[in-house]
Design a protein around this ligand. Structure first.
Ligand code: ADP
Length: 474
């Protein structure tokens, strides 16, 4: 169902799209699929609602958002099961996403009350200078399937907290989680038109978002190529954009690192969400003298991760999202083998009885070289190459040798080296001995072709606010 101007409805054309479970290959649901007409209606409704929503107090907006956070938690198990069914991740990880999704809503509910202005010292006696923060206007958001709940809450809840009205387009394969979130928003009592949901053909909806002059802000998470296209299309109406695009995270292990901690950290950053996150480790660089020990321990652990249907409690690695994802992973592994890579574990698809899903075994490849596809392209799967290095300068230059700049990880017991690495790594997020450098309190975002803008933290609100300068002569 679409949710436009406070009403649940079908598309005018009656068209629907089918949602499948990637673990079983079975159909899950049919949902309404709207296009340009519905998107335009949603934008108009958001525009109308903005006239009063922008004048609500932060406290009013905060109260509604807190209610939404509560409802997400109350319905947590149901939403978690929906996440696992429509995109495959393990139920344990889906439950974690409920917690982080609700925490984002709560964080921005709090921030809604703290939108301050500024007084600026004037250069002359008869002037008073001020800066006011105002909501930017109607905001559109386009989200991917890998975190079907938290990617949405990171965008639409700071928008709502700031006083913007929103239209969301979720990924076509994960609309069910988005619908459940909008049920929570609906029950929270947001006025009609303040939050709208359109599901349907990406290009058509995207075109309306980017060309309609009413939309003042576009927030996107997805592939770099689509992000570039959306930026280009948004240029004609000079929209503010925030882009969370691809990544190619290096994971650097120095000879003085705690090897077991580094192995555990690499396992979690590589295999979370079956390797389908933009901050997943893509390249592991290990100091020469410990490369064999690290690789052996890492491959042993990776090999033990249970692959299966995410709904089974003991599953650690669910299926990949679709056939193209499985094809890409297989292609990267075959290419790595051709270029002399040594497969320490995995390296093949997995057929599970009674299931028709996109399963791939956790795969570790050492003796990796720069000419492998996997060394530069984002794999988005449970596969990782291990490179060895000799000097700090060498590994810095290799780690930075990419157009991406989202997340980087570094393991060392030497804090000075950790600080040097932090300053040298051209990434928006750096984890030193920390495999999970992400929190609702902190800004998430990349540099270079990994994106523009931040999500989360106080900076996440700024994406939806404009600064108005006021000069009063008296
Ligand atoms: P992925 O390969 O991870 O699915 P995409 O960038 O293709 O990444 O998709 C991320 C989001 O962008 C999804 O919601 C998708 O439907 C949407 N999308 C894809 N192509 C376009 C487009 N041309 N215009 C607007 N949105 C798009």
């Amino acid at each position: 169902m679409l949710y436009i101007n406070g009403t649940w409805r079908q598309a005018q054309s009656g068209e629907t799209l089918t949602v499948y479970n990637p673990a079983t290959g079975k159909e899950l649901a049919e949902v309404a699929s709207g296009g340009r007409i519905e998107t335009k209606e949603a934008i108009d409704a958001a525009n109308e609602a903005f006239t009063h929503w922008k004048n609500t107090t932060g406290l009013e907006r905060s109260t509604l958002l807190r209610k939404t956070a509560e409802l997400i938690r109350e319905n947590g198990e149901d939403i978690a099961q929906t996440i696992t069914k429509e995109m495959g991740k393990s139920i344990t990880e889906a439950r974690r996403e409920i917690i982080s999704g609700a925490n984002y809503v709560e964080w921005f509910a709090e921030e809604a009350k703290r939108i301050y202005g500024e007084t600026i010292p004037a250069p002359q006696k008869d002037k008073h200078l001020m800066l006011m923060n105002e909501p930017i206007g109607v905001a559109a958001a386009i989200t991917p399937w890998n975190f079907p709940l938290s990617m949405i809450t990171r965008k639409i809840t700071p928008a709502l907290a700031a006083g913007c009205t929103v239209i969301l387009k979720p990924a076509p394969n994960t609309p069910l989680t988005a619908i459940k979130l909008f049920e929570c928003l609906d029950k929270s009592g947001f006025p009609a038109g303040v939050a709208n949901l359109v599901i349907g053909p990406a290009e058509e909806i995207g075109k309306e978002f980017t060309t309609n002059p009413i939309v003042r802000k576009l927030a996107f998470t997805g592939s770099t190529n689509i992000g570039k296209k959306l930026m280009k299309d948004s240029a004609a109406t000079v929209k503010k954009v925030s882009m969370e695009l691809g990544g190619h995270a290096p994971f650097v292990v120095f000879e003085d690192a705690d090897i077991d901690e580094a192995v555990a950290g690499a396992i979690s950053t590589k295999f979370v969400n079956s390797g389908q996150t933009c901050i997943c480790t893509n390249r592991i660089y290990v100091a020469d003298e410990i490369a064999d020990e690290f690789s052996t321990k890492f491959a042993q652990k990776a090999n033990k991760l249970k692959v299966g249907n995410g709904l089974e409690e003991e599953t650690k690695i669910g299926p990949l999202v679709n056939a193209q994802a499985l094809e890409k992973v297989s292609r990267h592994v075959e290419d790595a083998k051709k270029h002399g890579g040594n497969v320490l574990c995995g390296g093949e698809t997995l057929d599970l009885p009674g299931m028709n899903g996109f399963f791939y075994k956790p795969t570790v490849i050492n003796e990796a070289t720069e000419d492998m596809q996997i060394a530069t392209e984002e794999t988005f799967g449970p596969v990782v190459p291990i490179f060895s290095f000799q000097t700090e300068d060498e590994v810095i230059s290799k780690a930075n040798d990419t157009n991406y700049g989202l997340a980087a990880y570094c393991y060392t017991k030497d804090l000075s080296r950790g600080l040097r690495m932090t300053r040298q790594l051209e990434y928006g997020i750096v984890g030193i001995n920390d495999p999970a450098p992400i929190a609702v309190q902190s800004p998430f975002g990349g540099v270079k072709e990994s994106g523009i803008g931040k999500e989360g933290g106080r900076q996440g609100m700024e994406e939806y606010l404009e600064k108005k300068f006021i000069s009063i002569k008296y």
